[in-house]
Write a protein that binds this ligand. Structure first.
Ligand code: TXA
Ligand code: MG
Length: 318
């Protein structure tokens, strides 16, 4: 049973587990999070596997301070005001991501933006400082269940999927963080939460937009129509590869191909395949490639989320 009281010793052990690519559930001031090293795609794929999420929603990256956020996200003047006012605390900012800063494509689901927050909980902050990594963490519940506000909820939902569940009692807010998209000129509220919109507008001295149902912008939580879609057409369930086509492969038994080939997992490992998916799509989306032939992938486990992404990529060509 991975549930342990959060102490300096267990936090240090959990930090080591994170550094070695394992999952750690931990208390924050909002709800318990299921964390992974945000720079390690395989570890992040493990989050989706553990939650049983049928699609790749982008995840919030947790950092210890403003400087750490700035290392991989561009914080404009308004974002800066909000960060100064509410960090550490239950406000998540969606910001333009710095492409080469090492955050996994799976964390952002291929988007050009990244969601970041500095949590205000001694256990979260101790874990972040101890591991020295940005931690990607959704709420630590099975997909479709309510967010966990006690360590026992996490244990009931996720069992042994995390190496540690750092118990620090009930969460103070018991409600997720407020999400504000600060990546564009006009700020937009994407999810209401523990910080009120009135408090945000008071700090900014102006009204902000609201896109709780995706009306104003496509990337509202749960809507996210603007996920990375390759320029090339995706041809699904491909058994053969035509001339001029690239191949997105899976498994050991590949059809003949003249063009570029990226194998998501030669051993048929769906965690490895999920970890590689967004990087593979970007790499295959090369000059001169009109179509990416995609081999069939199983529909079970992470295959469901991978296939969901590929189907939407096939439908929503940019
Ligand atoms: O309080 C919280 O925020 C908790 C604790 C653990 O920090 N985390 C949490 O994560 O609620 P999650 O994964 O359950 O919700 C994250 C939300 C999702 O609705 C997702 O769509 C949105 O954040 N999100 C993440 N990155 C985004 C982005 N780049 N653009 C728009 N929305 C984004
Ligand atoms: Mg959630």
């Amino acid at each position: 049973m991975p549930l342990v009281p959060a102490t300096p010793e267990t936090i240090a052990q959990a930090a080591e587990a994170l550094r070695s690519g394992r999952l750690v559930a931990f208390a924050t001031e909002t709800v318990y999070g299921l964390g992974a090293d945000a720079t390690n795609s395989r570890a992040v794929a493990g989050i989706f596997e553990a939650k049983g999420r049928p699609r790749f929603n982008p995840l919030i990256v947790h950092v210890a301070d403003f400087a750490a956020a700035e290392s991989f996200a561009v914080i404009g003047p308004k974002g800066h005001l909000l960060a100064k006012a509410f960090w550490p605390g239950p406000l998540t900012l969606v910001l333009r991501r710095r492409a080469q800063a090492g955050i996994s494509d799976l964390v952002t689901a291929g988007l050009e933006t990244v969601a970041v927050r500095v949590p205000d909980h001694p256990v979260s902050l101790a874990l972040l400082n101890s591991c020295g990594l940005p931690i990607a963490a959704p709420s630590a519940n099975r997909s479709g269940h309510v967010s966990p506000t006690r360590a026992e909820h996490v244990a009931a939902d996720l069992g042994d999927a995390a190496a540690f569940i750092l118990d620090a009692g009930p969460c103070r807010h018991g409600l997720e963080s407020t999400i504000v998209d600060a990546s564009g000129e006009r700020l937009v509220l994407l999810r209401s939460g523990a910080v009120t919109i009135e408090a945000i507008e008071a700090v900014l001295g102006e009204k902000i937009g609201r896109s709780l149902d995706g009306g104003e912008r496509p990337q509202a939580p749960g809507q996210l129509a603007s996920h990375y879609a390759p320029r090339a057409r995706l041809r699904l369930e491909a058994e053969t590869v035509g001339s001029g086509e690239a191949l997105l492969a899976f498994g050991a038994d590949l059809p003949d191909a003249q063009g570029p080939v990226f194998n998501l997992s030669a051993t048929g490992d769906l965690v490895e395949a999920a970890a590689n998916l967004f990087a593979a799509l970007r790499w295959l989306d090369q000059e001169g490639i009109e179509t990416i032939a995609v081999m069939p992938l199983p529909e079970h486990g992470l295959g469901e989320a991978i296939n969901d992404r590929l189907r939407r990529g096939a439908a929503e060509r940019r």
